[in-house]
Every structure is written in C-alpha cells, then in structure tokens.
Ligand binder design. Structure first.
Ligand code: ADP
Ligand code: MG
Length: 722
C-alpha cells in the first residue's frame, strides 16, 4: 500500500513537473501555433515584425490608443480635442465638383447642435455606403473652419444598439505593414491575436520579475496585470500604469546587469597600484607643461589618481568636447604609470592621428628622458622587429599607434595602462585584446569627443566610470559657423583668400563616406582641381583614404609646417587632428554628413588664438533632417546640445559611439523623454546593490532568478571583455 501511495505521489509530482515545464515554455511556443495564425501568417509576422513566439507577440506593444470610452454630445466638442467620438444623425450628402476635385459635405446633428463634415477622397464609395438620416458614431479630430466646428474625413460607423453597449475602453493601435494587412493582420487583426493570448497569462507562464517590496515602494502594478492592461486598458490610468511598469522593467534589468558587471569586475580583478607621483610626473609638470591645466583637467586627473591607488582595475571613460584638452590628461596619466615602473600605450583610430600624437608626445617627453615609440601598420620589417624587441625588454616607456598595438606579436614587458583615443572608432573585440597584454589587465582610460547625452551614457557605458572635461582651455574663441549656398562660392573663396593673406590655413573637406568608392573619389579630385584653379598662387595639400600612409603623412607634414596653405581632404582628418594655425573649415556637401561628424570636423579649427570659421556649403536640395542638422551647427558649438539633437533625429541605435555597444533594444523607453525615469531606476539599482551586492538576500531572490534567466541575451557591454 505504502509503495502504491509513494508511486502515486511521485506520479503526481512528475505530472506537476511536466506541467510546469509546459507552462514555463508556453510563451516560447512558436507563433504559428497561436489560434488564428498558422504557417503563412507566422512566416510574415516573423519577417515583417520579428515576431516568432507568443512572447514576442505579447511584447508587440500598441504605440497609441483610440479613446472609445467617451461619447461626446456636440455642445461638448471644442477644437482643442484630439480624436473623439460623437453620436448623431447624418445629414444629406452634398457632392461638389468632379473628378479629382470632387468633394462631399454633410453634417451630423444631435439634440445639442450640429457639426460640419467634409470628405475629399473616396467620395463615390462613401456616397454609396452612407445613409442620410441614420444614426452614426463619428470618430475624428475636430477643427475650426470659417468659425464652425468641422471634421474632415471622419470615420463613421453605423450605430447599432449592440455596438454602443459594448463600451470598449481604449482600442490599442499596433504597428503593422502592408504585407501583413493583406493577410488580415492590420492593427485590429493583431489585436485579435493578442486577445487570444491574454487570458492564458498567469503566474505559471509569466513570472513576476520584481520583488514585492519594490512593487510597493515604487507603486508598480504586477507584471501580468501590466501586460494585460497595456493591450486592453479600460482607463488612461491603466495605460499609464502598465506602460510605467514595463518601462521600469526595461531599464531596471539593463542597469542591474551593468552595475553587477561593474561591481563584479571590481571584486574579481585586481588593479595595479600607482603608488607615487614620481620624478617624471613632477618634472613634466614643472618643466615641460606649457600652460596651466584647466580646472576640469585637474579634477579628472584627481579622479584617475584615485582609481589607480585602490588596487582595483580602472575602467574610465573620459568625455570631453573637441579641443577640451584630453591628450594632456592622457599623457599625465601615462606618466603616473611610468613613475611606478610600468609601460603605457596609446591607441588611436587612424594613422594620421597616431603620427600626430607620437610627434607631440615624443617631443615633450624626450625632454625628461623617456622613450616613446610608434607602431603602425606601415612600420614593417627590421624597424618593426626592433621596436617589438625594445618593448619586450622594457626600453620603450610609451608605445603609440593604431590597432597594430594589439596584434598578437606585440608583447610588453609590463603594461600598466592603456589609453584609447576616440574610442568610438574601435570595436568591442579590439578593445578586448588589450586586456590580455599583461598577466593582470592594465588600467584602461578610454577617451571620446563624441559627447553622448547623459541618458545614453548611463545605458551604453553604464558599467564604466565616467569623467567629463566640461571646460575649454582659456582664450578660445568660439568658432563662427555659417551655412552658404553653392551659388555664393565666389564670395566664400574671396573670404578664404583674405584669411590666407593674414597667414591662416584652410581645410576643405569632401564627403567621401565610403573611402573605397571611386565615384566619390572623383568628386574629391574635381574639387581639388577647382580649388587649384581658384587659388593658383597657393600651395595645396591633398589627403584621402586611398593614399599610401607615407604619402598621407608627407602631405600632412607639409600642411603642419605651413608649406601649404590649403588642405583638401576627406574625413580622414575628422578625428583628433590638431593644427592650431588652421582656422577655416569648409565642408562641401555638408548636408551629407551626420551631426557628430560635422561637429568633429569643425573641431579641427578654433584650436589657436585666432578667430576661426566653419562654412557649411550645400546645394538647394536638402532634406528636413539635413536642414535641422545645419541649423543646429550654426546655432551652437556645444557638443552636448548637438548630441541631444542627433539623438532626436537618429534615435539611439544609430548614434555614433553606440553602434558597437550592442545597446539592447528599448521597446517602450524613449531615452530622450524618459531621462528622469532612467535616473531614478539607476539610483534604485545602486541602492539595492549597495545593500546586497550579490543579490543574496531572500527578498531579492526574485531579482536574482530573473536576472539569471535574462543573462543569456546577447548584448555586449564594454567590459564583456574580460
Ligand atoms: P582634444 O580634447 O580634442 O583631444 P587636445 O588634447 O588635442 O584636444 O587639445 C587641444 C589643444 O588645446 C592642444 O593644442 C593643447 O595643447 C591645448 N591645450 C590643452 N589643454 C590646455 C590648457 N589647459 N591650456 C591651454 N591650452 C591647452
Ligand atoms: Mg584628441
């Protein structure tokens, strides 16, 4: 008997387990098997909207709602309303005009008044289907025309008693596509599918992700309820509550992941200790540094100093607008490493920039007896071998270069610090390689002039510490920017000539978006020739991506030495190039550049004491976004403002500096509008982790479980690198 009971219990248990398994995977079921879908629609849902499981469909949220909760009487209608409903009797249909000018007038009246209706399209069809004298439920947006309330193209639905009784709350509106519509999956069709799914939601198929105390403290509704209400709300409050709750989740688990990574790294990875500020640092500061550091530079150096004293690996992002003086901060950080017996390296995204850094830094540091070397792809054979040997022997203190620095044969004796300039140009994988260049990973300082709005920074670089140089060196005059039509070219060239006569130098940049396109190269060469014709007495340099590195370097050098007055170039000079005497930046076809690129290019001038100018040349054909970009450039020099506009125009996924970050897709959160929520969520996560760094407390069990389940999702962060 006992055995039978035991067997029975174990049978029951296994049933339970089986059932649980089924339930938990319920939402992972292929969308094909949802009632009303089938193979053909499933395929379309997948290709058109990326929906392949029940859960994907559940996460296809409405982007707006039609308010069907209220039916207005006509005397309640004012023109300030959005779309509204009115119930009334349709007046006679009045047709005017013929063919494409055909219009139809009518009115709707109830006991309280009358509103005008007008249609410009589909008149013949409407004429056949609408019946004057019947009661209709109108849906549309009121406007004012000749002092009267008017609806153009309202939706009219015959008002049967049955329909009116079914007060349907808010009707969700979903994104869909033409192909899906052809298959009956317009917004309403999708809604029907979701309605098949909603009753199946319960705690077995959709777990709560947040602990009780958080729901309570933050006044959040439950997860199941949120999914139900976002698709089928009865009130505005329900819409707000459900969206709020789901947005909270989106942000919460990103921040949790980033902050756990950050703290985990801090526990797991030891960092070198740069105990002293020694002779090199001090004598550089006293004898070589040609100017006073700005307050912001000093503050950042202090932050870095603190990082390198505590025995934890530094992972710091240094943000500073173009020309804010990041290089010197990098140099002084490298001196901290060297003073403590370590080597340092500086990686730049282009050969031109690496060369420039090398010249400047080597020139400064040889004065205090340090060896600086450069390694790029074009240094080969014996010379390369020699450098690698010296590096391994520790004879080279600082190695500067392009990504050649991280190739496998490059072995350091004791690498303590890696600086990455213009980091957004590198991929995560490239950065990862640097970590393996010493037995313990070196401290890492990444620098960027692509100012990323704070919200985005918290999401993309959330696992890095961030320093900001928010102050330009003294005496800089803001660059004056203007937008000129090609027709004004003669005047622009006249202006260039007068500045050259004053001893200034000029950049003229052409948009070779894709350096390998011969067609675009032709644009550049044509441009070069026309510049030659316009300035027969001037020496002109030309630099583009298809030139050999040595030729590029030679041309750059002539410009640096002021042997040439004009530099015709592509965006290879976009990042980092520092030639203070060049004070005019002409950007050809400026409408073809993105905002951050324009800002970077403009950053090449305004580096000396002279007034600098940036002139954006365009033809007449400019898109609205293009115009907005140009106007933004003319209006402001502030990199952060520019970044905000860029974020607005392009959306977070396309911002330079984020493409390679693997930013997770945000479905509900808008990084521009939801700044406050993001900040709040960040603070909440910080508080939770401060109290319970590894989520070991009972109360955080839910979080831990949910986090573990989400972990496998495939987005990278900056430090997936270790
Ligand atoms: P970025 O931040 O764009 O990399 P750089 O480091 O190239 O800027 O600096 C731009 C210019 O400003 C350089 O010529 C540099 O020598 C100069 N500079 C940097 N810091 C100061 C300072 N505190 N005072 C005066 N000039 C400075
Ligand atoms: Mg720089």
């Amino acid at each position: 008997m006992q055995t039978i009971v035991a067997l029975y219990i174990s049978y029951q248990n296994s049933l339970l387990i089986l059932q649980k398994k089924i339930n938990i995977s319920y939402l992972k079921t292929n969308i094909e098997y949802l009632k009303g879908v089938g193979p053909a629609r499933a395929k379309l849902l997948n290709t058109e909207l990326g929906i392949s499981t029940f859960f994907d469909l559940l996460n296809h949220f409405p982007f707006r709602y039609v308010d069907k909760t209220k039916v207005y009487t006509i005397n309640q209608v004012s023109v300030n309303e959005q779309n509204i409903q009115i119930l009334g009797e349709l007046g006679p249909l009045n047709i005017q005009g013929v063919g494409r000018r055909k219009r139809m007038h009518s009115y709707l009246k109830d006991a309280t008044g009358k509103v005008e209706l007008i249609w410009f399209q589909g008149v013949s069809f409407l004429q056949k289907t609408l019946v004057p004298g019947n009661s209709y439920l109108l849906y549309g947006k009121p406007s004012l025309f000749k002092g009267k309330i008017n609806f153009s193209h309202p939706q009219l639905t015959l008002a049967t008693a049955a329909q009116l009784n079914k007060n349907s709350g808010f009707e969700p509106v979903y994104n869909t596509t033409e192909k899906l519509k052809l298959r009956g999956l317009d917004s309403r069709g999708i809604y029907q599918l979701i309605l098949n799914l909603l009753p199946k939601l319960n705690i077995n198929v959709l777990k709560e992700s947040l602990p009780e105390y958080l729901l309570k403290d933050q006044k959040l509704i439950g997860r199941i309820s949120a999914y139900q209400k976002i698709h089928q709300p009865k009130t505005t409050e329900a819409i707000n509550n459900s969206r709020n709750r789901l947005k909270f989740d989106e942000l919460f688990f990103i921040q949790l992941r980033l902050l756990l990574l950050k703290s985990g790294r801090k526990v797991a990875i030891k960092g070198f200790i740069f105990e002293k500020l020694g002779d090199y640092f001090n004598s550089f500061f006293k004898n070589v540094l040609p100017f006073d550091l700005t307050g912001a530079q000093k503050r950042v150096l202090k932050e870095i100093r603190k990082d390198t004293l505590i025995g934890i690996q530094m992972n710091r992002l240094l943000q500073g607008d173009v020309g804010s003086g990041k290089t010197i901060v990098a140099v002084m950080t490298m001196l901290m490493a060297i003073d403590n017996g370590y080597q340092a390296c500086l990686m730049a995204p282009t050969e031109i920039l690496a060369q420039q850094h090398y010249k400047g830094i080597q020139n400064d540091l040889k004065k205090i007896g340090l060896n600086v070397a450069i390694l790029t792809g074009s240094i080969k054979g014996k010379a390369r071998k020699q450098i690698l040997q010296y590096l391994q022997d520790g004879l080279i203190h600082i190695l500067i270069g392009t990504h050649a620095l991280i190739e496998d044969p490059v072995v350091y004796k004791n690498l303590g610090l890696v600086v990455i300039d213009e980091q957004h140009r590198f991929g995560v994988a490239q950065r990862a390689k640097l970590w393996r260049k010493n037995t313990s990973p070196p401290h890492i300082l990444v620098m960027t002039a692509t100012p990323i709005p704070r919200t985005l920074a918290l999401t993309v670089y959330g696992d890095l510490d961030v320093s900001v140089i928010d102050e330009l060196p003294p005496g800089r005059k803001p660059v004056i920017t203007s937008h000129r039509n090609d027709r004004k070219r003669l005047a622009v060239f006249g202006f260039i000539q007068s500045e050259i006569t004053k001893g200034r130098q000029v950049y003229i940049v052409y948009p070779l978006i894709n350096e390998s396109e011969t067609l675009e190269l032709k644009d550049l060469m044509d441009g070069y020739e026309s510049v030659q014709r316009a300035f027969p007495k001037q020496q002109i340099s030309i630099v583009h991506g298809q030139m050999k590195p040595a030729d590029k370097a030679f041309e750059m050098e002539r410009f640096v030495k002021h042997e040439t007055q004009i530099m015709v170039a592509t965006t290879v000079i976009e990042v980092g190039v520092n030639i203070p005497n060049a004070s005019i930046m002409i950007i050809e076809n400026a409408e073809r550049f993105g905002l951050s690129q324009l800002h970077q290019l403009r950053g090449r001038v305004g580096r000396g004491a002279d007034q600098s100018y940036c002139i954006l040349m365009t033809g007449n054909k400019i898109s609205n976004d293009g115009l907005k970009r140009l106007k933004t450039m003319v209006d402001t020099n502030d990199g952060f403002k520019i970044a905000e506009v860029d974020l607005e125009i392009r959306g977070p996924g396309n911002l330079e500096g984020t493409q390679q970050s693997g930013l997770p897709e945000l479905k509900l959160v808008n990084l521009i509008r939801d700044t406050q929520l993001l900040q709040a969520v960040r603070n909440i996560v910080e508080e939770i982790l401060e109290d319970d760094p590894r989520l070991q407390k009972q109360e955080n069990l839910t979080l831990k479980q949910f986090y573990e389940r989400q972990k496998n999702k495939t987005w990278l962060t900056w430090s997936n690198i270790s």
